[in-house]
Ligand binder design. Structure first.
Ligand code: AMP
Ligand code: GLY
Length: 417
């Protein structure tokens, strides 16, 4: 089979690496990809949001399966376009991807179906939003409705902070159309958990739990990022929580999708908060998480392509997911300044020293120039290690991280602690 993967991050590098192990596959393309996928895949210079060009490429190369890593093309309707043209694609259609593409849609969907989530309201002007913020009290969560590359969620601790956020959204219009309305949401306290599930429209199957470290600095300080590290399985995660998630959230969501005539096929990612009042949904994503995928796929023992084909063909019930019992820890090395402004083009050295069966180095923002590696994005590398337990995995991951250098490199020291 020929497979095309869409996206350029560490998640897509992990998907390409895993798909490269499938006996069904003999050729892999990644659009646009990054320097790290080149040993086992060909990079295609088409942007992830150029869905027409991607479709033409898939047709011209007779691609057998396209896997969408990132949300933007899904929300734009790439799955509808490919299917209309008779091309196999892994990822939900436009209507289903709205669960990630519109926070107000997702919150109203949960409310209609009694899926546990924080209280909220939707506002489309500065004045209306300020009134709601005051009514909720502080801290309060403000989320722009549309896609904002992980930058659309703010936690305001007082009125001045809320005014600043809402001015950026409604007066400066910094988020463009994505900020036409905002969701004002109750602040939830607790530990976060990412649960990713495969869904084929009829059956839903959870993967193992993942903890994502979203804040930029140690001790969960600093701004939210796309994710600075992950671990799986989650220690202390109890069977009761899994049961509560399945009974109150996962199965009800599938039932609700069916009732609303939404044929969801792909990965459905539940961002959860484990609160004193029970498990609540913070968000849905319509694709694999990044860096969640960088610990899940090294632990997954199934042939990923077989699982994906079963999702497309509505045969997921025939698949049983199997997991390596070892722990995985992923540490993200980012450019200094990320998630704010950062410089690119810094030479990366030390990767050649890293070789071990228990380690994966997934590239994200990297570029190959004349055989040398340079930084080209905010999150640069994801270093995943497997170990007999969390401690061993963490130690191995940090030993590898310490051998890699680039100017301004920033990573958290407390992933898995
Ligand atoms: P989201 O994109 O909606 O998952 O939000 C990004 C991050 O903001 C989450 O991973 C949480 O860390 C935080 N967050 C979102 N909603 C809430 C909430 N209602 N209460 C507390 N923190 C939240
Ligand atoms: N790591 C969070 C996400 O993929 O959305």
């Amino acid at each position: 089979m020929k497979v095309l993967i869409i996206g350029s991050g560490g998640r897509e590098a992990a998907i390409a690496w895993k798909i490269g192990q499938s006996a069904l596959v003999n050729e892999i393309f990644v659009a646009p990809g990054n320097a790290g996928v080149q040993p086992f895949a060909e990079c295609v210079p088409i942007a992830a949001d150029d869905i027409q060009k991607l479709m033409e490429f898939a047709e011209s190369k007779s691609i057998d399966l396209t896997v969408v890593g990132t949300e933007i093309p899904l929300v734009m309707g790439i799955a509808d376009l490919f299917e209309k043209n008779g091309l196999k694609i892994f990822g939900p259609k436009k209507k289903a991807a709205l669960l990630e593409g519109s926070k107000s849609f997702a919150k109203r969907f949960m409310k209609r179906h009694n899926i546990p989530t924080g209280e909220f309201c939707v506002c489309s002007s500065y004045d209306e939003a300020m009134k709601s913020v005051v009514a909720f009290g502080f801290p309060v969560v403000i989320k722009v409705d549309g896609l904002a590359a992980g930058k659309g969620v703010s936690i305001a601790n007082d009125q001045t902070e809320a005014e600043k956020v809402l001015k950026t959204v409604f007066l400066d219009k910094s988020f463009g159309d994505a900020g036409r309305s905002v969701v004002i949401e109750e602040f939830l306290n607790g530990r976060e958990l990412s649960m990713l599930c495969f869904v084929d429209g009829k059956t839903i199957v959870p993967m193992e739990g993942v903890r994502d470290y979203k804040r930029a600095f140690d001790g969960d300080k600093g701004p939210n990022t796309g994710g600075m590290g992950t671990l799986s399985p989650v220690e202390g995660y109890m069977p009761e929580i899994q049961k509560e998630f399945e009974d109150k959230i996962m199965f009800p969501t599938l039932k609700a999708l069916k009732e609303e005539g939404i044929d969801y096929r792909g990965v459905l990612y539940f961002g959860l908060m484990l609160t004193d009042e029970g498990v609540k949904v913070l968000e849905f994503n319509c694709r694999f998480g990044d860096p969640e995928t960088q610990v899940l796929l090294p632990r997954m023992q199934n042939d990923l392509v077989k699982v994906m084909l079963s999702v497309i063909d509505e045969k997921l019930e025939e698949q049983k997911l199997c997991w390596d019992e070892r722990s995985a820890v992923c540490v993200i090395m980012a450019s200094g300044g990320y998630p704010g402004n950062y410089e690119k083009g810094k030479r990366i050295v030390g990767l050649e020293n890293i070789e071990s069966e228990d380690l994966c180095v997934f590239h994200a923002g990297t570029q190959n120039k004349g055989g040398e590696l340079y930084t080209a994005g905010g999150r640069v590398l994801g270093i995943t290690a497997l170990g007999k337990d969390l401690n061993e995995a963490r130690e191995k991951a940090y030993q590898a991280v310490e051998q890699i250098e680039f100017e301004g490199a920033h990573y958290r020291l407390d992933i898995g602690k």
